[in-house]
Ligand binder design. Structure first.
Ligand code: ATP
Ligand code: MG
Length: 273
């Protein structure tokens, strides 16, 4: 059975989408079958893979509103070996449209249930809010929540509120909901502040913090405009290596083996440089 993780942080611009795309792409390169699920009406994950969000028919909007999920709604990028259940701007209306619906918090959970056996990893990209869409993301996070935290001023602000929301969902609806890990993003080694944030986050979340820290990199910001993850846009860059390392950490933590070809490639690269 596949693992389902939800990337969540109600703070905007902390690297949820960038991590979903690039972690997903790296896992795919490690022979994992990966599905991204975009539940953000901004549809940034959808656009970042080169899918025109206004042309999406169905996608997560229709899925949340009860249309049964057909494989036609899942788009596959053969070059990247990455699949996506795309979002579209009309998803913004879903929170209002679902408000009087029974079981509104677990629409996504039930919708993706038939897909869980078909993938090794399902990564759900949430919007920057703690509304109904994010609650659906939390309810579907069978194997835990991944929290990207930006190594910037006020990084910790809002994390208390996020943890209280996780707790509320856990107590009321989903007792085994838990944090799988915290991912430090946009680290700039030149600033003292970034180091302070790392120390603070580690003090708060302890060994839930992934060892891999994602550096600030202009290449990561550029890649989506080419519809590519960092591993295709700037392979060999520090940012690509960081996401590869994060994928490796996640796989090993999940008790999976790193495919031998990937390990061999790593050794070859190391020898050459
Ligand atoms: P939102 O809450 O709006 O969905 P988000 O948490 O998904 O935002 P991203 O969209 O991943 O955040 O990142 C915000 C911006 O920062 C984007 O322009 C992205 O390209 C850029 N970015 C993300 N990670 C990095 C990084 N490590 N280095 C430099 N730029 C980055
Ligand atoms: Mg996003």
């Amino acid at each position: 059975m596949g693992r389902v993780y939800t990337l969540v942080n109600q703070k905007g611009g902390v690297g949820k989408t960038t991590t979903a795309i690039n972690l997903g792409a790296c896992l795919a390169r490690m022979d994992q079958k990966v599905l991204l699920v975009d539940i953000d009406p901004q549809a940034n994950a959808t656009s970042s893979l080169g899918v025109e969000k206004h042309s999406v028919k169905g996608g997560t909007y229709a899925t949340l509103l009860g249309e049964s999920l057909s494989s036609a709604q899942v788009l596959h990028n053969p070059r990247l070996q990455l699949s996506i259940l795309p979002s579209s701007p009309d998803l913004a209306g879903a929170e209002v449209e679902l408000v009087n619906e029974l079981g509104r918090e677990s629409r996504l959970l039930h919708a993706i249930a038939p897909l869980v056996d078909r993938y090794d990893y399902i990564l759900i990209d949430c919007p920057p809010s703690l509304g109904l869409l994010t609650v659906n993301g939390l309810m579907a996070a069978r194997d835990g929540v991944l929290i990207p935290v930006q190594c910037e001023y006020l990084a910790l602000e809002g994390l208390g509120e996020l943890m209280r929301t996780v707790k509320r969902v856990q107590v009321a609806l989903f007792p085994s909901l838990h944090v799988r890990g915290v991912i430090l993003t946009m680290f700039d080694h030149r600033t003292h502040l970034a180091n302070d944030v790392v120390a603070e986050v580690k003090k708060y979340f302890k060994d839930l913090v992934f060892e891999t820290i994602i550096p600030r990199s202009i290449r990561l910001a550029e890649a989506p405009s080419y519809g590519l993850p960092i591993t295709a846009y700037a392979p060999g860059s520090a940012a690509a290596k960081a996401y590869e390392s994060l994928a490796r950490e996640l796989l090993l933590g999940d008790g999976k083996k790193i495919p031998q070809a990937v390990e061999r490639g790593k050794k070859l690269r190391l020898r050459r440089t």
